[in-house]
Write a protein that binds this ligand. Structure first.
Ligand code: ADP
Length: 281
């Protein structure tokens, strides 16, 4: 684990900016971010962000983390992508990882930390600083290790009802050629217990991708249900871990990207004008 410690430490040592978000987090519960007035506009590319995105499978962590990564000029590091890269290689871990992922289980903390460590090392060599982590930490042990080696500024917890998550995972498609993500699901769910209705338009592929769509091998109903069960068992305690530190920003997605993205920017106190820079994300 020494390599992880060194790498995480080096990535945290350059932490400096995002001062206004940090200040709000250090003095109040993260949810209070929503009620604060916007800070003066500063160059989004000049920040060094160390954020984590939490949320159940299918909630859209990758979508929003990658948009924010483009906006803020920091790498979006998704441990699920690292796992999929490794299992599509002919490396020694490939078969072992495929068995775990296709059962909807979690990869061991040790394997995932090794993959993340390698990814950070590569980024460091390229001069990257800061990160938005997506899918890590997923266990309290991972969160404790991360805490030992770096100073996470903010943890965004994206939320959707479970029936929506299932539909979203089942509708998920990836273009095997360009790698872009799409979603064929058209979601219209009545809100329960006083919650608002949720509608999400499908995110359809352009004609050049339409014939090249593939589905993730773990996006079958049985495996999705197991991943949701595993999330509730192993990853919900991670939410509690960060809630206790006052770093958790709870964000109930109000709908699809057009409805949710501006509201997320608002909750993060990011300038609406920054939106334009992420439009191509
Ligand atoms: P999801 O859509 O379920 O959030 P991800 O793409 O984040 O899926 O991850 C895919 C799979 O990779 C997970 O089901 C799990 O097997 C493995 N994985 C990803 N991140 C972690 C992690 N931090 N710890 C353990 N396993 C992980």
């Amino acid at each position: 684990m020494a390599a992880v410690t060194r790498l995480f430490r080096s990535s945290s040592s350059s932490s400096s900016a995002l001062f206004y978000i940090r200040r709000s987090l250090s003095t109040s519960a993260a949810t209070e971010l929503k009620s604060q007035t916007c800070p003066p506009r500063i160059d989004p590319k000049g920040r060094n962000v160390q954020w984590v995105f939490l949320g159940c499978p299918g909630v859209g962590k990758g979508t929003y983390a990658s948009r924010l990564s483009a906006l803020l000029g920091v790498p979006h590091i998704a441990t699920g992508d690292l796992v999929r890269e490794e299992l599509s290689s002919s490396g020694p871990l490939s078969k072992q990882l495929a068995d775990i992922v296709n059962q909807g289980k979690l990869v061991s903390d040790e394997i995932i930390i090794n993959l993340l460590s390698k990814r950070l090392e590569m980024g460091e060599a390229k001069g990257e600083s800061g990160f938005i982590l997506d899918g890590f930490p997923r266990t309290v042990r991972q969160a404790e290790i991360l805490d030992e080696v770096t100073d996470i500024e903010l943890v965004v917890n994206l939320k959707l009802p479970e029936n929506v998550l299932l539909e979203k995972c089942l509708g998920r498609r990836i273009c095997s050629q360009c790698g872009k993500n799409f979603n064929l699901a058209s979601i219209n769910v009545k809100g329960e217990n006083g919650n608002p209705d949720i509608s999400m338009a499908p995110l359809l592929p352009p004609s050049q991708c339409a014939s090249k769509l593939i589905t993730r091998s773990d996006d079958t109903e049985t495996i999705i249900r197991e991943r949701l069960r595993v999330y509730n068992e192993k990853s919900q305690p991670v939410e509690d871990f960060y809630r206790g530190q006052g770093k958790l920003l709870e964000f109930d997605l109000p709908g699809g990207i057009p409805e949710s993205w501006p509201k997320l920017l608002e909750a993060l106190n990011l300038d609406e004008n920054d939106d334009k820079q992420a439009a191509t994300a």
